[in-house]
Ligand binder design. Structure first.
Ligand SMILES: Cc1cc2nc3c(=O)[nH]c(=O)nc-3n(C[C@H](O)[C@H](O)[C@H](O)COP(=O)(O)OP(=O)(O)OC[C@H]3O[C@@H](n4cnc5c(N)ncnc54)[C@H](O)[C@@H]3O)c2cc1C
Length: 361
């Protein structure tokens, strides 16, 4: 049997995991990426993310969002071990746990955790060495994990190269025109790329690429800014307070973030946000006062209503699939979302109910 030739458009976490899922199922895969995969470019979300493998406050989200985050999160331990074993690159997967500081809906948290067998414990914030302006009554989620997105992307890139995925980097595809069937797609430099199937994994740029063909695709960039510190004494666990988080890395670094900004494709960082984030970080960890900020960056999330991605065949164009719009939790969702789109491309039974993620006509 001849191998299905699939082109994946976009080499962020969703594109790389989609390529991995397709290669494991015997496809011949090419990733087309307008920048370089696994490096910090201009605005891509995957390198820039915090790497918490958990949907922060899952009780705020719908069942279809949590189905993807749960399934994705459950895949990470084995995935990071496989990548380490087969590429020699570690992703710093770590079950660091997460401390939730008030204010949040403790009753909703406890009910959801009980229903979903997620361990949660009422604790005192001071026992974790942090300041809590909203009171001492915190909650501890010991099973929450994290990963280092830049390391994960490097390991995935290496794994894909070893498994004969073709990488067409610095290659940009033009916005698609309406057609009934997709057999070729043009690059901005006038090249023509042919495949049996195409999967769009272009993150925040997906609507720009598909707007002539999918007017109802509701994806827009949502900028997030993050600061990086290296404190003398680091936290042991992720700390979350009212939309803000601190993420300690095992090598002594500490991330503080992030923002949710509706500023189009502006990938800049701002002084105002730097001050806002550092003030929030110092309020939880006073030892950060006066510490140098090592780095300050931003990324453009593929923002969608209700955080619900589109994982679907295109409603009118044959041979075209979408795996995009993962908004705040693309790192967490990517393994599950990739398995789902790979099943659609190959006509296999899907591991999850696909109905909530279908692209509207
Ligand atoms: C500050 C911040 C913190 C975050 N923290 C977390 C977290 O803790 N946990 C979590 O689960 N998620 C987190 N996220 C969200 C997560 O990073 C995103 O959901 C995820 O990275 C989206 O991946 P993607 O592959 O769809 O998009 P991207 O990584 O943006 O990749 C899309 C790719 O498509 C390419 N592309 C676009 N157009 C074209 C074209 N025409 N031709 C060729 N290539 C093209 C782009 O260059 C890009 O590389 C965070 C995001 C940000 C910004």
């Amino acid at each position: 049997m001849t191998k299905q030739k699939v082109i994946v458009v976009g080499g962020g976490i969703v594109g790389c995991m989609t390529a991995m899922a397709l290669v494991k199922r015997g496809c011949s895969v090419t990733i087309v990426e307008r920048n370089q995969i696994a490096s910090q470019n201009s605005g891509e979300s995957s390198w820039a993310g915090g790497g918490i493998i958990f949907p922060l406050l899952p009780w705020m989200y719908s069942a279809p969002v949590n189905a993807l985050t749960n399934s994705g999160a459950n895949a990470y331990k084995a995935l990071s071990q496989q990548l380490q074993h087969e590429t020699g690159i570690g992703c710093d997967f770590d079950q660091s746990g997460m401390l939730l500081l008030p204010n949040f809906d403790a009753e909703a948290a406890q009910t959801w955790c009980a229903q979903n067998q997620l361990p949660i414990q009422a604790v005192k914030a001071s026992a974790f060495g942090v300041q809590s302006s909203g009171g001492e009554n915190a909650h501890w989620l010991p099973t929450v994990c994290q990963i280092r997105p830049p390391f994960l992307m490097q390991a995935l890139r290496q794994w894909l190269i070893q498994n004969k995925v073709t990488m067409l980097e610095r290659t940009e595809l033009v916005p698609l025109k309406q057609t009934s069937e997709l057999n070729t797609w043009q690059t901005v430099n006038g090249g023509t790329l042919a495949a049996d199937q195409f999967v769009v994994t272009s993150g925040a740029w997906s609507f720009e690429l598909l707007k002539d063909t999918s007017a109802k695709l509701n994806i827009k960039p949502m900028r997030g800014q993050i600061l990086l510190y290296k404190p003398q004494k680091n936290l042991e666990q992720i700390v979350f307070k009212e939309g803000f988080y601190l993420i300690p890395r095992r090598d002594g670094h500490l991330l503080a973030g992030s923002t949710l900004e509706d500023v189009g494709f502006d990938t800049g960082v701002t002084e105002a946000v730097r001050n806002e984030i550092s003030a929030k970080a110092e309020a939880i960890m006073p030892a950060l006062k006066g510490m140098p900020i090592i780095k300050h960056w931003s990324g453009l999330r593929p923002g969608t209503p209700d955080n619900l991605p589109t994982i679907s065949a295109h409603p009118t164009i044959k041979n075209l699939y979408l795996n995009t719009g993962h908004f705040r939790y693309g790192l967490t969702m990517a393994p599950a979302s990739a398995a789902l789109v790979a099943a659609l491309v190959l006509g296999e039974t899907s591991p999850l109910d696909v109905t909530p993620y279908v692209c509207k006509k």
